[in-house]
Design a protein around this ligand. Structure first.
Ligand SMILES: [Ca+2]
Ligand SMILES: [Ca+2]
Ligand SMILES: [Ca+2]
Ligand SMILES: [Ca+2]
Length: 391
């Protein structure tokens, strides 16, 4: 399947990713797309897979004799093929399986190719580039490796989970995370003072991944089963006032439940917070936003309004306050504490197609005032599209 990369891609990056790679070697004349073996990317000098055929299963720094001559291609690999042109054009070509293939005027300038697991790697890193200032106060949560900078976890469309420590770099945590139907953070649940990770798999098991404090995770522990009855799972730090971090979950009937953490990788019997939470389609725990040192909750309703639920520190929330409307233009909420270095918790978001008429994948910073409000959004990065979740 051919897809043009759009959304304002930085064309100038194309040259930077190319190293010294073997050039294409012409193959024998072929009479159709079927001549392209499985596992290969093939190109032809004629339309509809006619003329001379080139094939490759490795990156090519040059198409050699086929530079500027291709009229038709098929991708029989299991990778995304990224084609780069002399004019800076980048074209992504998804795997075609046994069928597909296609051509277009864009092929006229294409001279090199690289294979990746995800589309966004044609021009970007596999993870969203994340920068955070060192916070003068202990983040409480948001800082997985304990260096004072809030960290972000980024899942790519191939299911790899990446650790982004806040200096625009990223490190692979591991693969297979697309089997998780919910991922949330916010707090140490094991009692070692290091922030951990929670994830629900497709069978409804809720897993705790104890963090090492160095950006990695230890062998997971089962928290419980039956969590498929929950439409949303969130954590907001300690809500009960005992200093141990807790878990929140809204079930499919709209009840919001609080699972008090024991601080020993378990949760205690749940308590009902309230009903009617079916009107909310996002929950996120930003820490204390109101300045009373009690953790709060943000919830977005189905009309796009964002509500602040101030925590009482006694397993409940006070009267909610409206933050504003239009928040349905957010794909993800990233609540990782203070990220601009003033010691006050902030909110970061990633935009979807509703933002400014289609500006997908913008990472916005809403700097907290510490009084339950945010300053106007600042766009920090424009390259957070085509991810499968940011946590
Ligand atoms: Ca950190
Ligand atoms: Ca821990
Ligand atoms: Ca508060
Ligand atoms: Ca801040």
């Amino acid at each position: 399947m051919h897809r043009a990369m759009v959304r304002g891609l930085a064309v100038a990056t194309a040259g930077a990713v190319l190293g010294v790679l073997p050039a294409a070697v012409p193959s024998q004349a072929a009479s159709g797309a079927g001549a392209c073996p499985m596992g290969y990317y093939c190109g032809w000098t004629g339309s509809d897979a006619t003329g001379s055929m080139m094939k490759t299963k490795t990156n090519l720094s040059s198409f050699g004799a086929f530079n500027g001559k291709l009229k038709w291609t098929v991708n029989r690999t299991s990778s995304v093929a990224c084609l780069y042109g002399t004019d800076g054009t980048v074209h992504t070509d998804l795997p075609d399986g046994t069928g597909g293939g296609g051509g277009g005027i864009y092929l006229k300038v294409m001279t090199s190719l690289r294979f990746f697991k995800t589309e966004r790697e044609c021009i970007w890193t596999a993870y969203g580039q994340w920068y955070s200032e060192k916070s003068p106060t202990k983040a409480g949560f948001g800082d997985i490796n304990g260096d004072g900078r809030a960290d972000v976890l980024s899942r790519d469309t191939a299911g790899r989970l990446w650790f982004a420590p806040g200096d625009n770099s990223g490190r692979l945590i591991g693969g297979g995370w697309n089997s998780m139907t919910a991922i949330t953070r916010h707090g140490d649940l094991t009692g070692d003072g290091i922030e951990d990770l929670l994830a629900r798999d497709t069978t409804g098991k809720l897993w705790l991944y104890p963090a090492t404090g160095r950006g990695g995770f230890l062998t997971r522990r089962l928290i419980g089963t039956g969590w498929n009855t929950m439409s949303r799972i969130a954590a907001a730090g300690d809500l009960t006032g005992d200093g141990k971090n807790d878990v929140l979950a809204a079930d499919k009937t709209g009840k919001l439940w609080l699972y008090p953490g024991t601080g020993h990788s378990h949760v205690m019997p749940r308590r009902l917070v309230g009903g009617g939470w079916n009107s909310m389609n996002a929950l996120t725990g930003p820490g204390d936003l109101t300045g009373d040192k009690k953790n709060d909750l943000l919830a977005r309703d189905t009309t796009g309004r964002l509500w602040l639920y101030p925590g009482t520190g006694r397993s409940s929330f006070g009267a909610r306050k409206l933050i504003g409307s239009g928040w349905n233009a957010m794909e993800s909420f990233v609540s990782v504490g203070d990220t601009d270095g003033d010691g006050i918790n902030d909110l970061n978001t990633v935009t979807n197609e509703l933002y400014h008429g289609g500006e997908v994948g913008r990472q916005l910073l809403y700097s907290g005032t510490g009084r339950g409000t945010f300053r106007a959004a600042k766009m920090v990065n424009a390259d957070w599209s085509e991810l499968n979740g940011t946590f």
